[in-house]
Design a protein around this ligand. Sequence first.
Ligand SMILES: Cc1cc2nc3c(=O)[nH]c(=O)nc-3n(C[C@H](O)[C@H](O)[C@H](O)COP(=O)(O)OP(=O)(O)OC[C@H]3O[C@@H](n4cnc5c(N)ncnc54)[C@H](O)[C@@H]3O)c2cc1C
Length: 549
Amino acid sequence: MEEKIVRRNFYLTDQTLQHILRSELDTPFFHFADKELKAFGEQVANEIDERAKHTDRLGEPKLIKYDKFGDDSSTVWVNEGYRQTVKETYETGIVGYVHKEIPELKSKGNYLYSFAQGYVLSQAEAGFYCPVTLTMATAFLLNQYASDELKEKFLPHVCATGDVELFEGATFLTERQGGSDVGANIVRAIKDGEDYRLYGEKYFASNAGMAGVAMVLARIEGATSGSKGLTLFAVPWRNEAGSLNGISIRRLKDKLGVRAVPSGEVEFDGAIAFVVGDPTNGLKYMMEALNLSRICNAVASLGIMRRALTEAQKYTENRDAFGQKLINFPMVQDTIGQLTAKHEIELLTVFDLIKLYDRVVAGNGTSEEIILNRLFIAIMKKESAEQAIHFAHEAIELHGGNGYIEDFVTPRLLRDAQVLTVWEGTANILGLELVRLVRKFDAHLLFVKFVELRLAHIKTQNSRFEIVQKELANLNEKLVKFALLDEITQTLEAKLIAKQMAWVYESLVAIEVAQKMGGKYELFADVYLENTWNLREFGAEAKSLKLFL
Ligand SMILES: Cc1cc2nc3c(=O)[nH]c(=O)nc-3n(C[C@H](O)[C@H](O)[C@H](O)COP(=O)(O)OP(=O)(O)OC[C@H]3O[C@@H](n4cnc5c(N)ncnc54)[C@H](O)[C@@H]3O)c2cc1C
């Protein structure tokens, strides 16, 4: 089976993404985004995809620990295509235009557009998107909390779009003794004149050696123990003379996946560090940035899901077995149909959340929306990361033996997907976030009210509507019991409840889009509901097969 050389385009073929952008952006912004994404979608699916393959297999980042004089240089070598990808990606404004004007429009962009770009990019390589998301978090923190002086120093570089030198960002929290338990951090900050100097080690530091400035949590000498004693610092990688700023890389991690990202162990030995915002609020600021990173994680998950699905589709449409194409077999159609419906609905749901995020982060969310935003981020990060692994697994299965071979993208998709459930908060940590939101803010009541209000806007109360109403009632019953449980028992139920909440949210979005768009979106909703809620009677026809009629 020979693969034809055709120029693919990850955006042009994605009608749902185009629908989201058309619905959510004003007309001039949509035309701009549409034009830019057409070009970026082609570039990602071809040149950047080739570079992703090369970087993963042959050209992964390498630590150059010492220079020719034997001095510690702690620089990271990346291949030429990698450098080109960094340049091209940031010049699209994927980070910059969230915070500064798009010259063509004379107005700022937003997260929705940035996430659309990230979703397209991660279809080639989540490891290329990761540094972008770290730079997004860095820009967010500087923009929200840094002094004017610090902003002036770093923000134009972090938001560079080819106009000034680019400083990629990084966020260093995790230490050897704890990632989830950030309160255990011990990196020390010692006052030196107006600023501080950092001492100690960060154990997982992605974008090490590539970042121009890192956002680092450290404990000022004398500060209280635990998470309340952590301060946020902006730490430039190099000083103004161009030498290392008291930072060295011990080694780069030898990772299962996302091998395109240099993730290092970093040591600070007197690195100059600038306090960002109120020194007693370091963890609070970082948690806000973490929420942004969790959306990035969901967007990367969607990218992997789509790539896995499109590869599986392409392969099964071309591969012959038992005298016909694989795609003609009902079992294959059922798998592809279920994945298609899940991906379409999850894409719409994550972007529904992003719409809310844009409002909340601009300071325009109500107090209820601020809580719902946190809740949706936790449940959708968890659900989408798990789905990315599931989709990559199914894509390998549908390729048969070839799916397991590195000539195909499928093994890389699975290796890359596997990190998405770990970084930015594991499933347990997200479950604990749900418990916290329920105990502190009655988030379960807000969730039910939110779904009920949206259901009230659905005009056609058909069988789809009844399914969602019934599942919401079931969930509500559980949530009421959940809220009354003791905290330990709540933690045992949290992940299951989080999953059901994600499914109800997605079911709501599924029937909304079915009503709004009709046609194939009605079928996506039917397949999604049947599969998610296990509605097909034993022996009955599967709705998924209708997608192939
Ligand atoms: C490739 C890669 C890149 C990374 N890059 C960065 C980076 O740039 N910056 C950074 O700061 N970090 C980074 N990390 C670290 C990552 O964020 C942490 O690994 C993650 O947060 C988990 O922390 P941990 O490894 O210490 O695991 P632990 O916290 O030790 O967790 C181990 C297990 O215990 C569970 N667990 C922990 N606490 C609880 C609890 N209270 N209740 C129930 N279960 C619990 C967890 O869910 C997990 O399953 C990276 C990690 C990887 C793999």
